[in-house]
Design a protein around this ligand. Sequence first.
Ligand code: ZN
Ligand code: FE
Length: 254
Amino acid sequence: METIPVTPVLVRQDNYVWLFPTAPDQMAAVDPGEAEPVMAFLDRHDLGLSHILITHHHSDHIAGVEPLRQRYQARVTGAAADRHRLPTLDHAVVDGDRLSLGDQSVTVMATPGHTLGHVVYQVGDALFSGDTLFPAGCGRLFEGSAGQMWHSLQKLMALPDDCRLFAGHEYTLLNLGFVRILEPDHQAITDFWQQAQQQVRQGLPTLPVALAQEKQLNPFLRCHQPDIAQRLGLAGQSAEVVFAALRERRNQHY
Ligand code: ZN
Ligand code: FE
């Protein structure tokens, strides 16, 4: 897989707008929840904005779309299913669509759960997961069922190990706070927690992370494994039931 150079712009405290090149002097932006910091970055580097990708309709992911579109004439992509609650779309996409954004080819995957119309985008080795999958966590179930979200996460788990995960928020330490209590003796979790703490202390993003690491330590991706079921007192239950219980326990954690 081609390694895509991806740049973060942090907005609204903990939202990431991810930028990647589509041409020598053009970028695409994923989930611009605010326009000003993105404009500042593009202006500083003398870059244009050719495309905007939207994962879902929540305002912390779309509030910057219109001002950016107007200033740069960027073309906007989002889920056809959510057309009625997204900014005007130039490309309305469905699961499995492939589109080219300048030099890059993008694959769309529908991942209902956090919202019903949520989609994620794969570009080379980069997976832009919005609020579906986070390092050591997953999105809240605002609209979809636990079964839908579990199915969505399984689709992401089928992607290659060397995919890099670019999620919509800096939630890693929050998620690890929960996961460390769930599995205090899991060495990979402890190691990741120490690394993430150091990164946050230095003001660095904890993202991206390798999908291989997530498959190993993210309990929301491991609900089909007996050890997670056992920890929740649900030995022998289906992965869907285990996932629902785990998500519920995570909701109680803050
Ligand atoms: Zn959201
Ligand atoms: Fe969000």
